[in-house]
Design a binder for this molecule. Structure first.
Ligand SMILES: [Zn+2]
Length: 185
C-alpha cells in the first residue's frame, strides 16, 4: 500500500482519477484510488478466488489470486521445473537468458501470465480504473513478462474495458516505492 501511495503522489498514478496499484511480489498487495482518494479498506486483491478448487493459499482458502499470480508462485513453478529449490531470483533470470531454458518454461510463463491478466482485468473493471500500475519484484522481471502481459490483457479485455483502462504501466519507483510511500504517511 505504501508503494501505491508513492505512485499516486510522485509516480505513474499521479494523473489518474481511478487507479489501481498491484504490488506483485511474495504476495499481491493492492492500493485502490477512487476519485483520487486512497480506499484504505481495499487492500487484498491477492485473496480473490480465481480458480475453483485451486491451489492452497497461506490464508487457508483455495484458488487465491496470489497462489497463481504472485512472483513467488511463478518462481516456485520454475524452481520445480528445474528441480532446484534453492534458485534465487537473480539466478532464475540468469538461467532464462538461455534460449533452451526459456523454451522449457514457456508453458509456465504462459499460464502465469494468464492468471495475472485475469486478476488485473477484474480489478480494473471493478474500480473503473483509468490506470493500472504494477510494482513489487515483478519489476525485476519486466523484460521477460511485461510484453506478454500486455498482449494477454489485449486478448481478454473487452473493447469497453480497454477504452476505460488506457494506461497499464510498470511502477515508476520500482521496488523502492514502499520506502518512499512510508515517508508519506
Ligand atoms: Zn488467500
Amino acid at each position: 500500500m505504501c508503494a501505491g501511495l508513492a505512485e499516486k503522489v510522485y509516480g505513474n498514478l499521479k494523473e489518474s482519477r481511478n487507479g489501481v496499484f498491484l504490488g506483485i511480489g511474495t504476495g499481491i498487495g493492492t492500493a485502490v484510488f477512487i476519485d483520487g482518494k486512497l480506499m484504505e479498506e481495499v487492500r487484498s486483491a491477492g485473496h480473490m478466488i480465481i480458480e475453483k478448487n485451486g491451489r492452497k493459499c497461506n490464508c487457508k482458502k483455495n484458488g487465491c489470486y496470489e497462489a497463481y499470480a504472485s512472483m513467488k508462485a511463478l518462481k516456485d513453478s520454475i524452481r520445480k521445473e528445474f528441480n532446484v529449490e534453492s534458485l534465487r531470483s537473480e539466478e532464475i533470470l540468469e538461467l532464462l537468458k538461455d534460449k533452451e531454458n526459456l523454451n522449457r518454461v514457456d508453458r509456465i510463463l504462459k499460464e502465469y501470465i494468464e492468471y495475472l491478466a485475469i486478476g488485473i482485468s477484474n480489478m480494473a473493471r471493478l474500480c473503473s480504473a483509468d490506470t493500472v500500475v504494477i510494482g513489487g519484484s515483478f519489476v525485476h522481471y519486466k523484460d521477460l513478462l511485461f510484453e506478454r502481459l500486455q498482449k494477454e490483457l489485449d486478448r481478454i479485455m473487452s473493447d469497453f474495458e480497454k477504452e476505460q483502462t488506457r494506461i497499464i504501466k510498470i511502477a515508476k519507483f520500482s521496488n523502492d516505492a514502499g520506502i518512499i510511500g512510508a515517508t508519506l504517511i
